[in-house]
Design a protein around this ligand. Structure first.
Ligand code: ATP
Length: 424
């Protein structure tokens, strides 16, 4: 099958020019270039894909360096792995030397040697991802499809390339479900059976690799469907016995999408995903997935705040109390609790903090207080906090009001802790 005309219609002009430039240069260097992976799959499905993958029979790094010399591109190379990344403002192109992989033991990272395009396709996860399009002048546009991926796209199947695939690399379990749910495909019967049999092999996979696959799921448009399916199959429970991907998550995830910026969504999803876990179970998960410190803090804060939500359940809680309780926590942990809390008064207090209270600042600052005769250090800090609380609680509204309040505290301040004065 030749799909040259489809490529021309499918790729945006800028991308097409780059691809043509690379294949021309590859040819001059005596190399062969191919489009592979997701972009080929998505071309058949008619979906846009701005992350191109190319495989080169030859030296991909040298080729990428040559291309970067003549164009305004960002270039990152990994000579040890024979890979490079070229970046424009709105798309990226990964370019790799064709390789052949073998697994010394299940779950280990593969041993890599350079090979042909066919070797490179043989090491891939599913038939729909194991197709390439030749950019070699003599057969430009020809589809290379050794596992009948295009038939599987038509039949809407996710199919592994050989029966040992999930055993070799159990991260493919997560990948299979991610594609199944994203594309609305079905796991082909033997693939489903092998997947179920291979769930215990997840124990051979490092925390970083499982976390990476979970993060890819959390970047999907509707991660809850993959998590639900992983829960149904018992995959989540193999990672942590308390994890579930149930309907509660689906409802909360759709709420999260309405409220949060897209860059923050994966972390917010994860905070909601662990919401039903105890602090101990969550610690076990953090350890199992080797969660980096910043993300671990958001998860811990989520559950710690959850255990203190009773402090916010009344509508009469003062704004300053809300502020000084919540300022300690990662903002996404606060957001997760606002989404997850079942009490409407708690929820509105959390939402008030997110929308307004956390941005409240006094109009006077340290310098203006010094000009009023307050001395630097503890005194100043305490006065500023009194002003801030008064502002949060609506007791002062103007700079003049803040000044009056500050001055009213002056005679009583003797280097001791201040009592908040009554403001009229
Ligand atoms: P998308 O998420 O749109 O599918 P993609 O297809 O580019 O993006 P990546 O996760 O970037 O997917 O991986 C690139 C290619 O590398 C895949 O198409 C797949 O063929 C291959 N691949 C990635 N991970 C594995 C794996 N664990 N085992 C085998 N092949 C893999």
């Amino acid at each position: 099958m030749n799909v040259a005309s489809q490529i021309e219609r499918y790729l945006p002009q800028q991308m097409l020019e780059l691809v043509e430039d690379i294949s021309r240069k590859a040819n001059q260097m005596g190399h062969k270039a191919y489009l592979v992976g997701g972009v080929v799959r998505d071309l058949f499905l008619g979906y846009s894909n701005l992350d191109l993958d190319m495989v080169i029979e030859g030296d991909a790094v040298k080729l990428a360096q040559q291309i970067a010399k003549t164009r305004q591109l960002r270039l990152v190379t990994h000579p040890r792995f024979g890979t490079a990344k070229l970046g424009y403002s709105n798309f990226t192109l990964d370019i790799a030397t064709a390789r052949c992989e073998t697994y010394s033991k299940p779950g280990a990272l593969p041993t890599v040697v350079y090979g042909t395009i066919r070797d490179d396709l043989f090491r891939r996860d599913f038939s729909i991802n194991a197709m390439a399009i030749s950019l070699v002048p003599s057969n430009h546009g020809e589809l290379i499809d050794p596992f009948q991926g295009s038939d599987d796209i038509e039949r809407r199947y996710i199919r592994i390339l050989h029966s040992g695939s999930f055993r070799d690399d159990a991260t493919r379990i997560f990948r299979a479900i991610r594609y199944e749910q994203r594309l609305g495909f079905e796991l082909e019967l033997q693939t489903l059976q092998m997947l179920q049999q291979s769930i215990p092999m997840l124990d051979t996979i490092s925390g970083d690799r499982i976390r990476h696959e979970l993060e890819l799921i959390l970047k999907e448009k509707h991660p809850e469907s993959a998590l639900g399916r992983l829960g149904e199959l018992g995959v989540l429970q193999r990672v942590n016995s308390a994890l579930r991907g149930n309907g509660w998550i689906a409802e909360k995830f759709s709420k999260a999408r309405l409220l949060s910026k897209s860059g923050q969504l994966p972390t917010l999803y994860l905070c909601l995903f662990i919401y039903s876990l105890s602090q101990e179970e969550s610690e076990r998960l953090i350890h199992r997935l080797n969660v980096p410190a910043k993300l671990a803090r958001a998860l811990r804060d989520t559950l710690q705040l959850k255990s203190r939500l009773h402090l916010l359940c009344k509508t009469s809680v003062k704004h300053s109390e809300i502020y000084y309780l919540l300022r300690e926590y990662d903002p996404l942990a606060v957001q997760a609790n606002a989404i997850a809390s079942e009490s409407s008064s708690t929820r509105s207090n959390l939402e008030l903090f997110i929308a307004r209270l956390r941005h409240v600042k006094t109009l006077l600052n340290g310098d203006s207080l010094k000009k009023l005769g307050f001395s630097a250090g503890l005194e100043l800090g305490e006065i500023l906090q009194v002003l801030h609380k008064a502002k949060l609680d609506g007791e002062v509204k103007t700079a003049e009001g803040e000044k009056k309040l500050a001055l009213s505290m002056k005679p009583q301040y003797k280097g001791k802790r201040l009592k908040t004065p009554k403001v009229n």
